[in-house]
Design a binder for this molecule. Sequence first.
Ligand SMILES: [Zn+2]
Ligand SMILES: [Zn+2]
Length: 189
Amino acid sequence: MSLNLKVTTIMNRDIAAVDADSTVEEAARVMASRNIGAIAVKRGGEIVGIMTERDVLKRVVAAGRDPRTTRVEEVMSSPPISVDSNATVGEAVDLMNRRGIRRVFVREGGRIVGIFTQRDVLALMRVCLYCLGEIIRTPGAPSSGLIGCRCGALYHADCARTVVYCIDCGSKLVELVEYTSPEDTMAAD
Ligand SMILES: [Zn+2]
Ligand SMILES: [Zn+2]
């Protein structure tokens, strides 16, 4: 995978958010229903912070506060940490490592336009299960020549013809359809 990709190519533009006045319980319900580990916090339509599972654990549960009465703005991490929309994936990963965080917002002009997570990066990093060679999946570019198993394993087309059965689950690989676009592979999340 390329650390030189622009962060905007793999960021998520759909940012889940709650109002700063919401209770921690309300925000936690949204996080649980959307299966996300953090939620943006808005005040007056503007993102002013983020509340993560870690914030809830440390600043609410471990601190003995009541999630039904504690407001999100009391425990959120603020101000929101962001990278510029011109930043590369490598720069965003470096910032996350330096700050010890798993997600950063992406800012364009003065506005936050997306969120970029460690999980997005990991989703790009795959290897062929047969030859263990790196599989490059660049969003927006064709990724033909790959065969995916129903268990989620990926193979180079040539490797799949050699191994025939999936090394992980034993399914026959020759019957499976080749990916025609990266969207097909990204959807299996
Ligand atoms: Zn291979
Ligand atoms: Zn399999």
